[in-house]
Design a protein around this ligand. Structure first.
Ligand code: NAP
Length: 333
């Protein structure tokens, strides 16, 4: 089969669209014929091996010169091709979506507990956009912060992959949502239900003197002190990485995260770093919200699977609007 492969860390130039062995379903796995896959910041972090320290810590990076799993990609949607002996809830022919390493390929193998049936109302592209970003928003807002009706939530980076789901989830939980984005995305985040939009090109949310029950930072361009000052005394600050522009080479956005973990012991505010673990349960919860009309995927651009390098280059600009998706409808396949 054809897949998007890297044999060393580097820029998107190191990627090739190459022939690799087709995966086979082990006992607890399904093999899915990929129809669409989405691109996440995680993909360029693994591609570049950035930050360096993650090469030693992240399970699917691990190697010093190249990642252990050579096929990039995590989020996928497609049709089940084959199932292992102990798979109970899926059969060949099911339309599914999920999260597993090696998704930028014609076929991906995934444990059954990270795959779920695709919501019927979603296209494969829309479903492929949802897993990692949706799960991160879900973990942060519902499981960690426990957002409830009437609370105030500020989302910095509201027009990005995670942000567009986070705005909708916070609205669905009954919160009053303030979204921070640039001028060109104001209409988009309003259409997702944000009650108030702060255009960071003209207004700095820190200078407005407002405090929020929950601040979800998806940009990493503010100091920890500034972010804490935007959270109520017993509120929750969620930190979810930082973009290319804030990433260093040795520790990258992890500096902010480590500082947050140290400080969280001494303040009443909760400071948390959502690290979403893929699961069928989370996918089904997201799918349920989709079916209720409370959650949708916003897709900025689609690229052919063979053009994954261009898709990652675009995501690395830090200004993609919501999600970037690869489609397997490539004449080469
Ligand atoms: N911990 C985890 O498990 C986990 C999971 C997923 C993601 N993350 C992290 O979360 C972060 C966000 O991910 P993502 O997928 O949402 O990224 P993304 O889609 O690449 O975010 C792009 C968005 O960021 C916005 N942006 C850029 N500069 C901004 C600024 N100064 N203020 C406000 N918004 C700004 C852009 O809006 P404009 O074009 O309007 O500027 C754009 O819409 C990444 O750093 C990623 O590594 C962590």
């Amino acid at each position: 089969m054809k897949a998007v492969v890297q044999d060393r860390y580097g820029s998107p130039d190191v990627l090739s669209f190459s022939e690799v062995p087709e995966p086979e379903a082990r006992a607890d796995d399904v093999v899915v014929r990929v129809r669409a896959a989405s691109v996440n910041a995680r993909d360029w972090h693994v591609l570049r091996g950035d930050p360096y320290v993650a090469r030693l810590m992240a399970p699917d990076i691990g190697g010093l010169r190249a990642p252990k799993q050579p096929v990039r990609g995590t989020d996928f949607a497609g049709v089940v091709e084959s199932v292992g002996a102990t798979v109970t809830h899926l059969v060949p022919g099911d339309a599914v979506f999920g999260e597993a390493p090696g998704a930028f390929a014609e076929y991906v193998r995934a444990p059954q507990n990270v795959v779920a049936r695709k919501p019927a109302s979603m296209t494969f592209e829309q479903a492929a956009a949802l897993p990692l970003a949706g799960n991160t928003a879900l973990l942060g807002l519902r499981e960690i912060a426990g957002v409830t009706s009437g609370q105030t939530v500020l989302i910095n980076g509201a027009s990005g992959g995670v942000g567009t789901y986070a705005v909708q989830l916070a609205v669905a939980y009954g919160a009053r949502v303030t979204a921070v984005c640039s001028t060109r995305n104001v209409e988009l985040v309003e259409s997702l239900g944000a009650h108030e939009v702060v255009d960071y090109r003209t207004t700095d949310f820190r200078t407005r003197g407002e405090r929020y029950d929950v601040v979800f930072d998806l940009v990493g361009n503010r100091s920890l002190g500034d972010l804490k000052r935007s959270v109520t005394r017993d509120g929750t600050l969620l930190l979810s990485g930082g973009g290319v522009s804030t990433g260093g080479t040795l520790f990258g956005p992890m500096k902010l995260i480590v500082a947050a973990q140290l400080q969280s012991r001494f303040v009443k505010q909760r400071i948390e770093i959502p690290q979403a673990v893929p699961s069928t349960r989370a996918l089904l919860e997201l799918a349920g919200l989709v079916e209720e009309g409370k959650l949708r995927s916003v897709i900025d651009r689609t690229y052919a699977l063979s053009a994954a390098a261009d898709a990652i280059r675009y995501l690395e600009t830090d200004h993609a609007r919501a999600k970037v998706v690869l489609t397997a409808e490539d004449p080469c396949l």
